[in-house]
Design a protein around this ligand. Structure first.
Ligand code: NAD
Ligand code: GLY
Length: 360
C-alpha cells in the first residue's frame, strides 16, 4: 500500500492506494469522526462492493445506513441530492455522521456536495471505484452536480477526510470505463509531468491489461500530481485551472450530446485533441507533438475528435464554462508537452478552424 498526503493545513488528508483495502477496517476507523456512517452508492457498484464495506464497518463497530442511487451521469442532479438528503434526515444523521462515497466520480461528486451542505457540513470519505475517480475526482475536494444548462455548475469546494483507492475494485470495471480513466492520467503527463507521459508511452498496454503494478504506479503518480496542484491552489485561482485541459471542449461535448452519451474521460480526450490543435495553430505545439498525443489517445482506445455540432453550438456551450471571465472563454492549452497555460487570447477565426478540423 502507498500513502500520499494532500497538504492543506488543517484540511490535509491521506490517500491510501493498494489492493484489497476495502476489507481493511483499520484504515477507515481513525478517519471517522464518530462510529456512525451513511454509505452512498449506486445500483451497479453496491451489488459488487457494498457487502465488503459493510463487513469492514461492522468489524470496527461502526453503525451505518446506506442509500443506493440510480447509476449514471444523467442522475448527477438535484433529484439524486434530494434522495441523499431524505435518507440522511430519515436516519436522523447528525453532524458527526460520516458520509461514505462508494463509486465512481458521479457518486463521489454528489456525496461530497451532500456532505458540504447537509447540516452546513458533515465529514465524508471517498472510496473511488473507477480509475477516473481514483486518479482525479476523489482527490481535491471539487464536489457538485450538473445543471441542464451546464456541466458541474452547482457545487462546493469541500475536502474529504480520506481517500481509499482499492485497485482490486478495478477488476470489474468495463474496458470503456478503464480507457476513460486513462484519459485523465494522460492529462497529468501533458500538463506538468513529461517523464510520466514518456512512462505512459512505454506502458500503455500494461495499463489496458490491468497489470496491478502498472496501475498502482499510474494511480499514485497521478494522485501525487493532483495533490501538489491542489496543495498550491485549492480553490482554483491559478494553477489548478490547468487540470482542466480538454475540459472546456469536453464539457460542451458532454452537455451537447446529452449527459452520459459520451463518457467524461472520452469527452476530455477529444477535447484535449482540440486544445492540442488550437495550441499548434497558435504556434506552440509542433505537428509531430500533436501526432504524439493523438497516438497515445488512440492506443488508450479513446476518441481523438469531437462529435459534429455546429461551431455556434460549441461556442454557446463553452460560454457556460466555469473559467469564463469578463465574458471571455478561457482555454487551457499546451506550450509544449509537459507545460500547460491558460489563455483568453484565442482569435475567433482560429477557434473556428479548430472546431471545423477536429469534429467528425
Ligand atoms: P461514473 O461515476 O459514472 O462511473 C462510471 C461507470 O462505472 C458507472 O456506470 C459506475 O456505476 C460504474 N462503476 C463504478 N465502479 C465500478 C466498478 N468497480 N466495477 C464496475 N463498474 C463500476 O463515472 P467516472 O468516470 O468515475 O466519473 C465521471 C464523473 O466524475 C463526471 O461526472 C465528472 O464530471 C466527474 N469528475 C469530477 C472531478 C472532480 O475533481 N471532482 C474530476 C474529474 C471528473
Ligand atoms: N478535475 C479538475 C480539478 O480537480 O481541478
Amino acid at each position: 500500500m502507498q500513502t500520499l498526503n494532500v497538504g492543506l493545513a488543517e484540511r490535509s488528508y491521506p490517500i491510501f492506494i493498494g489492493s484489497g483495502l476495502l476489507s481493511d477496517s483499520e484504515l477507515l476507523l481513525p478517519h471517522l469522526t464518530a462510529k456512525r456512517a451513511m454509505i452512498v452508492s449506486n445500483t451497479t457498484v453496491a451489488p459488487l462492493y457494498l457487502e465488503q464495506l459493510r463487513t469492514s464497518l461492522e468489524n470496527c463497530g461502526v453503525r451505518y445506513d446506506s442509500v443506493i442511487l440510480p447509476d449514471g451521469e444523467k442522475f448527477k442532479n438535484t433529484a439524486s441530492m434530494d434522495t441523499i438528503y431524505d435518507a440522511l434526515l430519515r436516519s436522523h444523521c447528525e453532524r458527526t455522521t460520516t458520509l461514505i462515497a462508494l463509486g465512481g466520480g458521479v457518486i463521489g461528486d454528489m456525496v461530497g456536495f451532500a456532505a458540504a451542505t447537509f447540516l452546513r457540513g458533515v465529514p465524508f470519505v471517498q472510496i473511488p471505484t473507477t480509475l477516473l475517480a481514483q486518479v482525479d475526482s476523489s482527490v481535491g475536494g471539487k464536489t457538485g452536480i450538473n445543471h441542464p444548462l451546464g456541466k458541474n455548475m452547482i457545487g462546493a469546494f469541500y475536502q474529504p477526510q480520506m481517500v481509499l483507492a482499492d485497485i482490486r475494485t478495478l477488476d470489474t470495471l468495463p474496458d470503456r470505463e478503464l480507457s476513460a480513466g486513462i484519459s485523465e492520467v494522460i492529462k497529468y503527463g501533458l500538463i506538468r509531468d513529461l517523464p510520466f507521459l514518456e512512462w505512459l508511452e512505454q506502458n500503455m498496454e500494461r495499463l489496458l491489461a490491468r497489470d496491478v503494478e502498472a496501475l498502482q504506479y499510474a494511480i499514485a503518480r497521478s494522485c501525487q500530481n493532483k495533490a501538489e496542484v491542489v496543495g498550491n491552489d485549492e480553490r482554483e485561482s491559478g494553477e489548478r485551472a490547468l487540470l482542466n485541459l480538454g475540459h472546456t471542449f469536453g464539457h460542451a461535448i458532454e452537455n451537447g450530446m446529452g449527459y452520459g452519451v459520451w463518457l467524461h474521460g472520452e469527452a476530455v480526450a477529444a477535447g484535449t485533441m482540440m486544445a492540442a490543435d488550437l495550441s499548434r495553430r497558435l504556434g506552440w505545439l509542433s505537428e509531430a507533438e500533436v501526432e504524439r498525443i493523438r497516438g497515445l489517445f488512440l492506443r488508450a482506445k479513446l476518441p481523438v475528435s469531437g462529435p459534429r455540432m455546429a461551431a455556434e453550438k460549441y461556442h454557446e456551450l463553452m460560454g457556460l464554462d466555469k473559467k469564463v471571465a469578463a465574458g471571455k472563454i478561457r482555454f487551457v492549452l499546451l506550450k509544449t508537452l509537459g507545460e500547460a497555460v491558460m489563455t483568453g487570447d484565442v482569435p475567433e477565426a482560429i477557434l473556428k478552424e479548430t472546431l471545423e478540423a477536429c469534429c467528425d
